[in-house]
Design a protein around this ligand. Structure first.
Ligand code: MLT
Length: 408
């Protein structure tokens, strides 16, 4: 557990009793204000509770008053998250006189988070993250973390130890397309974020571009203290990687380009992006799912894996509308990356589903041919979402490639 930012509070006469010192009841208010400010500074303040329709109530408080405090004293109040339950928090606070560091009082509180009917409810995710180390970082269920990267917080699945493998999903999907690779590629630190606007990451109304996605990923690597990573991207994830090559090339130790292309959109394609953004805004994510899922999944998957069709439909339907519209327009504006290909000087694997109708095998072949020493693997029986449609085969080719990169 990490300390949150300490807050300085000045004591005024109206906080004080007839004897001129800080009244014990007023002291509780001082601690409470400092607590809200500390949580807020770390990204888990009032808005986090409001968004979740939840509220913290004090269940138990013990205070140890050591010294009096007087008007004009400045107290430095530290707030330490101590324990996180499903619906409760435990916090320790200390008030020290700023002038000489003397401990004036300390308190230990148990707070229960309740919903609007007063029933205990789950601690909001941003607040829970404060209890897992590193202030703004980290956990709730499993190993899914929340990481602040500039103006947004990303939801990120991080597993394992070793050299880093960053997995970047496509449109209109989320990090769960990599779940088999995240679960199985041991010996690597697998990092699978939801891009801004997708999955459980923040979805601001605006701020979407390939540059923003690429900068978020570089900031994410910073937060996770990763210098260089092998970066795998599916489709739009590949477009983001091309932007990373332009802006953050040094961070890339190897490339896996799945079901993607280097060319910019055609004029017709650009119009289709505008229509897609409009569809998302006017008819919602379910309409995007209805239009996209038949193209995303291969013929074989559609015939033989109905639960997967359902899973991908639900994934798309869960996507936030600002993220869908923002990504469509960001793809429309993406530059052509074909000239970049000849400059790629890290080990590169290209993967494509044999039944991919969005970026078909012929596109993958020309992509591979344009990158010095890239290799191509075609996955039988899969469409555009190869890591989900043929998880075992994809994880196997990833593992072979990663072994070779590690040995190189
Ligand atoms: C994707 O899977 O990311 C999209 O199909 C990319 C695109 O529409 O160009």
């Amino acid at each position: 557990m990490s300390k949150l930012q300490s807050i300085d509070v000045t004591i005024y006469p109206d906080d004080c009793d007839a004897y001129g010192h800080l009244n014990q009841a007023a002291f509780l208010r001082v601690f409470e204000r400092a607590r809200w400010d500390a949580f807020g500074a770390a990204g888990g303040g009032l808005p986090s509770f409001k968004r979740a329709g939840a509220w913290p109530v004090v269940r138990k408080v013990t205070v140890d008053y050591r010294l009096p405090a007087f008007p004009g004293d400045v107290l430095e109040i530290s707030t330490d998250p101590v324990k996180l339950g499903n619906t409760s928090l435990e916090v320790h606070q200390r008030a020290q006189r700023k002038a000489d560091g003397a401990l004036v009082a300390e308190t230990q509180l148990v707070l229960v988070v309740v919903d609007q009917d007063g029933n205990p409810t789950q601690v909001p995710e941003h607040v829970a993250a404060l209890f897992a180390g590193g202030g703004r970082r980290v956990t709730r269920a499993g190993e899914v973390m929340r990481c602040s990267v500039g103006d947004v917080t990303l939801s990120v699945d991080v597993r394992g130890d070793g050299p880093a493998l960053l997995l970047v999903h496509g449109f209109p999907l989320d990090k769960s397309i990599w779940k088999h690779q995240v679960a199985t590629l041991s010996g690597w630190r697998r990092i699978a974020p939801d891009l801004r606007g997708f999955g459980a990451s923040d979805a601001p109304e605006s701020g979407y571009s390939m540059a923003a996605y690429a900068d978020d990923l570089a900031a994410l690597l910073d937060r996770l203290k990763v210098d260089r990573a092998v970066v795998a991207g599916l489709s739009m994830g590949g477009y983001v990687i091309f932007e990373m090559l332009r802006r953050h090339r040094r961070r890339i130790a190897g490339l896996i380009l799945c079901d993607t292309r280097a060319e910019a959109d055609t004029a017709e394609g650009r119009t289709a992006r505008e229509e897609m953004a409009e569809l998302a805004r006017t008819r919602g994510a379910a309409a995007v799912a209805e239009r996209m899922v038949p193209k995303l999944l291969g013929r074989t998957t559609q015939q033989t894996q109905p639960p997967l069709v359902q899973q991908v439909t639900e994934m798309v339907t869960r996507s936030p509308v600002p993220g869908l519209a923002g990504a469509s327009l960001a793809m429309k504006e993406r530059p052509d990356s074909t000239e970049l290909l000849a400059t790629i000087d890290v080990p590169t694997l290209v993967v494509v589903g044999q039944e991919d109708v969005i970026t078909p095998p012929a596109v993958a072949r020309s992509l591979t041919n344009a990158i010095p020493s890239a290799a191509l693997t075609t996955i039988a029986g899969a469409g555009h979402v190869t890591p989900l449609e043929a998880p075992t085969a994809v994880s196997r080719v990833f593992a072979e490639f990663l072994d070779a990169v590690r040995e190189a």
